[in-house]
Design a protein around this ligand. Structure first.
Ligand code: IPE
Ligand code: IPE
Ligand code: MG
Length: 245
């Protein structure tokens, strides 16, 4: 990797939490007259690259949107291919995660995943549990509306049983009932493929994230472009509703 790409990055201002909507695998394949699954396969190579670069830069949390609650509605063959790719990815990356102290975590309705995928995932999460390097969050069967619905149910249940008063419901308490409990909110959210929407991703957590949309399709997304986006992020003025100093 040419070192001059990294000299544009301020090591003191690395985003703590980066979230990515990895989109455009299908269109990448279509452009090449290939099956959509080939796009997902190529996309998993991009995942490896972005995990490595994030870790090398010192990003503490990397959250990747890999499968949404709505994606269950895709043709069965594509869903199965995505699940089998996921399993393959976790298997092949286990050593890399251990070598580099990455902790694997999953956000979403894990119970809906096929049994073998669930097992592989749980095992990898267990084995990497004590790793103190970057936390890699895979959003799997994840939907923000589902996450918020579950949070409301859990809190309502506590109120109903008299465990907490209404005044105990605070923003912090709500955050602690989401899949991202205990994690800082994303500083930077990137979506590839040119779509400018959130698609049910981290709606609570993205309140103050800097958002970057790129037309690049996920399989073509590179280390170089990622570094360019981080440099752009570092030039932004995050005011959080206040007045610039
Ligand atoms: C992103 O690529 C991967 C998943 C949503 C699982 P897509 O499969 O959505 O690709 P496009 O948007 O059809 O090009
Ligand atoms: C969002 O992409 C979900 C993931 C990247 C996993 P989609 O391709 O499913 O979203 P829409 O359909 O364009 O909104
Ligand atoms: Mg898509």
């Amino acid at each position: 990797m040419p070192s001059d790409d990294r000299t544009t990055i301020d090591p003191e201002k690395i985003p703590v939490h980066v979230a990515i909507i990895m989109d455009g695998n299908g269109r990448w394949a279509k452009k090449k007259l290939l099956n959509r699954v080939k796009g997902h396969e190529k996309g998993s190579d991009t995942v490896r690259t972005i995990v490595r670069v994030s870790r090398e830069l010192g990003v503490r949390y990397l959250t990747l949107y890999a499968f949404s609650t709505e994606n269950w509605g895709r043709p069965k063959a594509e869903v199965m291919a995505l699940m089998s790719l996921l399993k393959k990815f976790i298997h092949s990356e286990k050593k890399e995660m251990m070598d580099h102290h990455i902790r694997l975590n999953a956000l979403g309705q894990i119970h809906r995943l096929p049994g073998d995928v669930k097992e592989t995932l749980k095992k990898a999460m267990d084995e990497t549990r004590d790793n103190d390097g970057m936390c890699l969050n895979l959003a799997l069967s994840y939907g923000s509306r589902d996450e918020i619905t579950e949070m409301v149910r859990a809190i309502a249940d506590k109120v109903k049983h008299g465990e907490i008063p209404l005044t105990a419901i605070t923003e912090d308490m709500i955050a602690s009932h989401l899949f991202t409990a205990g994690m800082p909110d994303p500083d930077l959210m990137i979506r590839t493929s040119g779509e400018m929407r959130i698609s049910n991703f981290l709606m609570w957590q993205l309140s103050y994230a800097e958002i970057y949309f790129t037309p690049t399709l996920w399989p073509d997304f590179s280390e170089k472009e990622y570094l360019k986006i981080i440099a752009d992020y570092q030039g932004r003025d995050r005011r959080f509703g206040k007045v610039a100093e």
